[in-house]
Structures are given as structure tokens and as C-alpha cells.
Design a protein. Sequence first.
Length: 94
Amino acid sequence: MHVQVRFGGGLATAAGTSRLGVELPHDATVATLIERLGELEPAIAAGLEAALPVVHGVHAMSDQRLVDGDEVALLIPVAGGAGPIRPARRKPWP
């Protein structure tokens, strides 16, 4: 079966492409795809562990079965910000 993979963020940079077609066995899962990508593209192997798989726009678990023609996006989670939001302290009215 053939699936189309879209790489997000640093994965696309490391792979040198934002898309890649991959041939997989007919009983392949998301985990099978990630393992195969690590073999095909060693430059992204380490980053694949942190990638969030999304199949046709829906977050996918590693044991989800893939079918011919699926489009899988591998997104890298982004974190940041200023930390937890705390209520502002207000001075009492005089």
C-alpha cells in the first residue's frame, strides 16, 4: 500500500522535504510507518519519537491501521509561553 507523509517543522528541514510517499505492507499501522521512515530517512529518526501522527486531520494512536491512500502528517509539538496564568493583584480602593 502507498501512503503520503507530510512532515511538520524541524522534521521537514531534517528530511529535506515536506512530503514523502512511502510503500508499506497491507497490515501496516502508524507505528509501522514511523519505523519505516526511520529506516528511509536516518536524519529524522530521533525526531520521529516526539512526532504526533495525524491521519486525515485526526490525531492517531500508534496502533491505528493505515489503508492505501492515507495521508499522515507528523507534527512536532511546540511548547512555550510565560508559564501558568496567575490573577493580577489589585490594590484595594482607598
